[in-house]
Design a protein around this ligand. Structure first.
Ligand SMILES: C=C(O[C@H]1C=CC=C(C(=O)O)[C@@H]1O)C(=O)O
Length: 454
């Protein structure tokens, strides 16, 4: 951090007091920072923090203290576009150096659906994207520091920030303890199997082709889980996204393997992920599992439905859609999936929020036809999905973005955690096998909690 050179930029800066915020972008490569130290330092901001790390490392972003948010009770692509434009118009963005890599982002997303509930999801609104005061871009070693223009002192600000960063870099957080489990139980397991059987009947009798049904597992602890412990455990599984999102008294966590889409320079990339087999850790068995998955008719059918539907949903917003003919194996720590990468050039007038609405929920988490499946889930599934299987991610002023389908996830409130896992029901599915598949899908979150899977 070349403070003198950066100060000269600020000395020449004309603060635009018509704007509500000044956002300073600066390099932070001279400081020894990581998520543990940052969260430990900003413990007072608990309830207003996030960490988002993408699978390929494009993002490793931490946000502290939400300054302002885009919020909606009902999804409207048009209104959200307007809100996003007007929020960025309120910000004077200043880089203290030329040629920096990243841009200021908003973190957030929408709930799975607009089921109106008063329940454990209350802390998370229907649609919310946040502008944090501190946004650490650890992937590019940059910081966005956003403050109100009527509170800023340009002579002091850089010294204050660098003092703070030095203080954070010097922290050695204490080792954190796993939460002690008091009770663990599946929520309505038999009723869930009966619902799968009922859905199989619906698939036989109607034009439904696929319904994804999720179930929950509840854990209670002797004391509230320590965020620093959870952050450590989130580093334990590579090859997945990391979402750690605090709002009010709640924490939502996901280790999803599934990208909803990303946009960079007008090109959209997504993938179809559906079809699953357990990864056992025993090499010979795992080879058989992969061969089974690639050749199994039910899994291939389930996968093709997902790919077909994503391509169809993208068509109005894109040109030149490309995808491989057959699926490949995606290996996660505990599970294999079939996956097909898809890419397309965005149409000139494609809007980010309209696109989000068109793609979510993919049949990997909703079903087919999309709207009917969403209604079926809302009416029949026990409880509320909230942020489970919902799109969460980062957006930027120029519409570059990345969204995750937040599966392999859980909600922590006070001394409890609710884990979510679902699976695609198509003709030929069996409720026993799907129950077993969801059991495997709880494993990533049990691992984050330091609980041995049974
Ligand atoms: C809905 C979930 O997984 C989806 C993603 C990949 C494979 C799936 C499957 O094979 O059923 C599911 O569609 C979940 O993990 O909760």
């Amino acid at each position: 951090m070349n403070l003198e050179a950066y100060q000269r930029i600020l000395d020449d800066l004309k603060l635009d007091t018509d704007k509500k915020y000044l956002s300073l972008q600066m390099p932070i490569d001279g400081f020894d920072l990581n998520e543990r130290k940052i969260f430990s330092h900003f413990h007072d901001a608990q309830g207003s923090r996030y960490w988002f790390r993408s699978k390929d490392g494009r993002y490793d972003s931490i946000g502290i203290k939400f300054q302002e948010s885009i919020k909606r009770d009902k999804y409207s692509a048009e209104v959200l576009e307007e809100q996003k434009t007007s929020l960025f118009q309120k910000i004077q963005q200043v880089a203290v150096k030329d040629g920096m890599a990243s841009s200021l982002g908003l973190f957030g997303g929408t709930r799975f659906d607009d089921k109106d509930t008063t329940d454990e999801w209350n802390d998370f609104g229907m649609v919310e994207f946040h502008l944090p005061k501190w946004q650490f871009d650890l992937a590019n070693s940059e910081l966005f520091y956003t403050v109100r223009t009527d509170e800023v002192d340009l002579d002091e600000i850089l010294i204050d920030i660098s003092d703070k960063l030095r203080e954070i870099g010097a922290i050695t957080p204490e080792p954190a303890q796993a939460p002690e489990v008091h009770m663990m139980k599946d929520i309505f397991p038999e009723e869930w199997k009966a619902l799968v059987d009922e859905a199989l009947g619906v698939l036989d009798d109607t034009d439904f082709r696929k319904i994804v049904l999720a179930r929950q597992r509840l854990l209670t602890f002797k004391a509230q889980a320590d965020p620093l412990y959870l952050l450590d455990r989130l580093n334990d599984e590579s090859g997945t996204y990391t979402i750690y999102y605090e709002k009010g008294q709640s924490i939502f966590i996901s280790k999803s393997p599934e990208k909803l889409f990303d946009i960079k320079d007008g090109v959209l990339r997504t993938n179809a992920i559906a079809g699953s087999a357990e990864r056992t850790g025993v090499e010979a068995t795992d080879e058989q599992q992969k061969a089974f998955l690639l050749n199994d008719e039910k899994n291939r059918y389930e996968h093709e439905l997902v790919r077909e539907s994503i391509v169809q949903n993208l068509e109005p917003y894109t040109e030149d859609i490309e995808f491989a003919e057959g699926p490949a194996i995606l290996s996660n720590r505990y599970i294999y999936h079939l996956h097909t990468p898809i890419s397309a050039k965005l149409a000139e007038d494609a809007s980010l929020f309209a696109l989000l609405d068109a793609i979510h929920p993919t049949p990997a988490v909703g079903g087919m036809p999309k709207d009917k499946a969403r209604d079926y889930i809302m009416e029949n599934e026990y409880g509320t999905r909230g942020l489970y299987a919902a799109p969460l991610g980062m957006i930027h002023e120029n519409d570059d973005s990345e969204f995750v389908v937040s599966i392999r996830s859980m909600l922590l409130n006070s001394k409890s955690a609710t884990l979510f896992a679902g699976c695609g029901i198509v003709r030929g599915s069996s409720s026993e096998k799907e129950h077993e598949e969801t059991r495997i899908k709880f494993t990533p979150m049990l691992n984050v909690l330091g609980v041995e899977p049974e």
